[in-house]
Design a protein. Structure first.
Length: 370
């Protein structure tokens, strides 16, 4: 879907560490300011330059409670793109974030996120979010695992998404949750003039017309991780049933005509990190990822304890049409190295450099890929 979590670029903490190593360490204070140059290379968006200022508000334990991160970026396609972000961690179990951004062309990004894991003495939780986003640099290569680069098309995707997920812990490591998601999506011509429009190259693809969907998901989750944000050991397994049907409130029911933007996808900053976002699309997917995270540097900077990790990684995956098709018969492989900036107990920023059969891709973001 593009950049559903655009908070990622505000927290490219690797750049923070690179700039800070060359400077003197500041004395402890309740508030710190960190200037960060932004240099972003994205397979879809191209090169982006900008400047980010991060204000850290610390508590008496030198842990981040609030973070204000305004920035301004320039991209040849999107134009000038100013944004403002607020991240809040008022308690160990509660957090929220607000982001607003609008480019001088079409692109825009408005996000609200809220999480509280402290209800019912820690036995219940609520996760909620609202997103309004328009991205004019999206790519689509067609449906299938062997789509070619010369089938690349461009489009603008506009999403309005609201979701809420309440859940309860049935056992110390097992929870049951229900997610209600309301989504309205529309597709228009993109702004990348050097690439054909999706309406010209893939005009028969399902999902080119606007859609309104109300989906419901019930999930059973096993989670033995020691920490949610920065785990050092444990396991996470999820099984769920999800449906979108007219009888459940959706304006459309779909099975065989599932919109392309709702199908399984590979490529981007979370899956097959050597390909651009949504490089491969089909009904099902298989994915295996492994990376070795090693702490190579640790120091106190700007009043907080900062760590740098180096993480070589490898990935393999494919998309396929039918459930009974082989999930490993035609795998795409990726290898690379990641650099992770960590500020405990809740912040991870990354820069990942991946190599695939189609070249090199560089991604920035927040949180571990998995």
């Amino acid at each position: 879907m593009g950049a559903r979590q655009r908070l990622r670029r505000a927290l490219a903490l690797i750049a923070l560490f690179g700039a800070a190593v060359c400077g003197a360490e500041r004395a402890h204070s309740a508030t710190s300011f960190i200037p960060i140059p932004e240099i972003i290379t994205d397979p879809n968006e191209g090169n982006t330059l900008g400047f980010l200022g991060v204000f850290l508000f610390l508590d008496d334990k030198d842990e981040i409670r609030y973070m204000l991160a305004p920035d301004i970026r320039y991209n040849k396609t999107k134009g000038v793109f100013p944004s403002l972000r607020l991240f809040a961690y008022p308690s160990p179990t509660r957090r929220y974030s607000i982001e607003v951004g609008k480019s001088t062309t079409r692109d825009e990004d408005y996000e609200l996120e809220f999480t509280d894991r402290g209800y019912w003495d820690g036995r219940a939780f609520v996760i909620a979010s609202f997103v309004r986003e328009r991205d004019s640099t999206e790519r689509f290569f067609g449906i299938g695992n062997q789509t070619q680069q010369d089938e690349e098309s461009n489009y603008t995707e506009t999403n309005t998404i609201a979701q809420v997920t309440p859940g309860v812990w049935l056992l110390p490591r097992t929870n049951l949750s229900y997610r209600m998601l309301i989504r309205r999506t529309s597709v228009q011509n993109g702004q990348v003039t050097s690439i054909p429009s999706i309406f010209k190259l893939h005009r028969e693809t399902p999902g080119l017309e606007p859609g309104f969907y109300w989906t419901h998901r019930v999930a059973l989750t096993y989670d033995s991780r020691d920490e949610i944000d920065i785990p050092s050991h444990g396991a996470l397994a999820l099984g769920y049933v999800e449906a979108a049907d007219r009888q459940l409130g959706s304006s459309t029911s779909f099975v065989s005509d599932t919109p392309f933007w709702e199908q399984s996808q590979l490529g981007g900053r979370r899956t097959l990190r050597g390909f651009g976002a949504q490089r491969f699309v089909d009904f099902n997917r298989s994915l295996g990822s492994a990376e070795l995270r090693t702490r190579v540097w640790q120091h106190r900077l700007f009043g907080v304890k900062a760590e740098l990790e180096v993480a070589p990684f490898t990935e393999a995956g494919q998309v396929f049409r039918h459930v009974l098709d082989s999930p490993v018969s035609d795998l795409h492989f990726v290898y690379g190295v990641g650099f992770r900036g960590v500020v405990r107990p809740q912040i991870v920023g990354f820069v990942d450099v991946g190599r695939s059969s189609e070249g090199t891709a560089i991604f920035t973001g927040i949180n571990y890929p998995f």
